[in-house]
Each structure stands twice: as C-alpha cells, then as structure tokens.
Design a protein around this ligand. Structure first.
Ligand code: KG4
Ligand code: ZN
Length: 340
C-alpha cells in the first residue's frame, strides 16, 4: 500500500510517501524553528498559519520526490493528536480533503505512536518491546504489545526531557530550541564539573521529574552571575546532559529488568542526543538486549513515521470517519478504544 503521511502537530510541517509501512519513498520536513526562536518558544497562532501556508507545497514536494502523483496514493495517515489544536486541524483537514477527492481511506494516528514505530522504517522490531519516548512534550516508558496496544510503565510527573533541555538552554542564554546546542557544547565539557540533582532516581517508581534539574541550573547560573561562555558553559552543559542521561538510563534499565523484555526502542527528538545514544548503547550491552534508535532524521518530528501504524490500521480496515476531530490530550493507553 502506498501511503501519504502528514504531520502538523507542532512546529514542523511534514509529508512523506511510504510503501507498505516500510520503504520511505520521500520524506519532507519544513521546520518553523527559526520563526518561533524569536519568541523563545512555539507560538500556536503563528504555527497554525505557517502550516496553512506550507502544507500544500510540502505535500507536492513529497509526491514529486517520490515520483508519484495523487493517483498513486492508496491511503493517508495523519497525526490526530496530541498537539496544538490549530496546528493539528490543518493536517487533518488536508488529509480529509485529499481522501474525499480521491475516494481513498485515511486514518488518524497518535503522534507518539509514530515516534515509537519510526525504527520500523530501518528494521522491524518484534513485539513485545519497551519504548522510551523522549521528546519536547513526552518522557514516557511504554510497554508495546502490538499496534494499538500500549501500556504506560513510567512517565514524567512535570517537565519532559526535551522541555528541560530547552528551558535550561534558555537559562544559559542559548537560542530556542536549545537541546541540540547543549549537546554540541557538552562535547567539550566535564560531566562531573557541576553537581546537579538526579530527581526521583531512587524512588522505586519508573517515573521521571525534570523540573528540579532545571531549577538547579537556574540557581547555578544566578549564583555565579555566570557569563555562559567557554569552559564554564561547556562544563554546565556536560553536567546537565549527564544528569538527564543518568536518570533516563536508570529508569529504562529498571523497566527492562522488571519486565524481562529484551528489546528497547528509543525515540523522539531527544533521542538525537549523542550522550543519550551512547548511554543507551552501554545499557543495551550491559543487559544483553536488542536496541533500536533510529537515525536522527527519524527521531525528530517527521511524517514518514506515521505511515508505519497508518499502514497497519488501513490494511486491517480501520479507517477514520469523515467526522474525525483532533485530540489535543490523548493517552496512549486509550488508543484501542478510539480505533474501534
Ligand atoms: O520529537 P520532537 O522533534 O518534537 C516533539 O514531539 O516534541 O522533539 C523536540 C525536542 C526539543 O525539545 C529539542 O530540543 C530536543 O527534542 N532535541 C534534543 C536534541 N535534538 C533535539 N535534545 C537534546 N539533544 C539533542 N541533540
Ligand atoms: Zn514529536
């Protein structure tokens, strides 16, 4: 089945053409980051308007690069939520319009479901597996039993890991979104230079908390009236990244041990982080488990990843109705019900 996938949940307008939920024929991502950077974060109204401007050119480019036309497309997978409502509405309305005009089925998928299955575009993963999703809005450990069957084993009780990276970067005077900047600066720093907390490390749960870590960075910067440059900036970035990786690795390791499951998928924008990738590889060798972290282009927001669950649902005849609405807050554990 040749699927057109569409993603507009936040600040990336993306479209992809994927064959059989496996083979990427094209994947186009138009980022709005430069526009939102001016405001230090995503401005929902601007995001919606930018999606409206870019959605048709991005889809046209995806078709062109795949050497396909609308006549070749057999189904559509589109993010239904969670995300910004105005942003999601642009993608969903466009998907409905194409589906209606071409008389082809479409299915609304969960944004995080896409992240979890991005790895499948490189090589399939056997069920069940554990999924660590680390993005701007999520830090969750899921037990993935099958398509549509997810159980949350642990989650952040406050900020997501990506949010902690971005807010800490802002405190250090780095441009939004600062995750990748911290990663780059950390390369030259000493991860033991600044003592930072490891929130909830020993609380016995699989949950996370990152807001205290961000406050510790704020106190460190304020206390020293630090000009964040050179060595000190690199040390603070390396120490911050080490603290985040320590907690993510400890909790993921505990989830793997408790569940006895030997396969781990790591996904979401923070999975681009070089320190986290190294740490997860070390954890996988220590526990002797199979690790899947997709290439960075498939970790951050893209549309191709949605074609994996999309292809599965459409082949099973799980088609969304023309009346489908977006969902801004949507728990993965409840997906099964909404697909009936
Ligand atoms: O998955 P994603 O692209 O969008 C959401 O669904 O949220 O994740 C975006 C997040 C941002 O917080 C960004 O700073 C973070 O991923 N990120 C990184 C890196 N690259 C992107 N965080 C740490 N290190 C990186 N190299
Ligand atoms: Zn995402």
């Amino acid at each position: 089945m040749l699927i057109l996938a569409i993603e507009t949940s936040c600040d990336e307008t993306a479209a992809a053409v994927v064959a059989d939920g496996r083979e990427i024929r094209s994947s186009v991502v138009s980022s709005q980051i430069a526009i939102h950077a001016e405001y230090g974060g995503v401005v929902p109204e601007i995001a919606s308007r930018k999606h409206l401007e870019m959605i048709v050119p991005v889809i046209s480019q995806a078709l062109r690069e795949a050497d396909a036309t609308f006549a070749d497309i057999e189904g559509i997978a589109v993010t239904r939520g969670p995300g910004l409502s105005g942003a999601l509405l642009v993608g969903l309305s466009t998907a409905k319009a194409i589906a209606c005009a071409r008389k082809i089925p479409f299915v609304g998928v969960h944004h995080i479901e896409g992240h979890l299955f991005a790895s499948f575009l490189e090589r399939p993963v056997e069920f069940p597996f554990l999924g660590l999703v680390v993005s701007g809005g999520h830090t969750h450990i899921y037990l993935v039993q099958d398509f549509g069957h997810y159980r949350t084993l642990g989650r952040t009780v406050d900020d997501a890991a990506g949010e902690a990276f971005d807010k800490s970067a802002k405190i250090m005077g780095l441009e939004y979104p600062g995750g990748a900047r911290i990663d780059a600066l950390a390369q030259e720093g000493d991860p033991r230079a600044v003592r930072l907390p490891r929130p909830m490390l020993h609380d016995g749960s699989l949950n996370f908390s990152f807001s205290g870590l961000k406050t510790a960075v704020l106190n460190h910067v304020a206390g020293r009236r630090l000009e964040i440059t050179g060595r000190e900036a690199a040390d603070l970035c390396a120490s911050f990244q080490e603290a985040v990786c320590d907690v993510l690795a400890a909790k993921t390791g505990a989830a793997l041990r408790q569940s006895g499951i030997g396969r781990l998928v790591v996904a979401g924008g923070v999975a681009c982080n070089s320190g986290l990738r190294r740490r997860m590889q070390a954890l996988a060798s220590e526990l002797g488990i199979e690790l899947h972290i997709p290439a960075p282009a498939l970790c951050g927001d893209n549309a191709a990843m949605h074609a994996v669950p999309g292809n599965h649902y459409l082949e099973k005849g799980l088609v969304s109705p023309a009346t489908l609405d977006v969902i801004t807050t949507w728990e993965m554990d409840r997906i099964g019900e909404s697909l009936q």
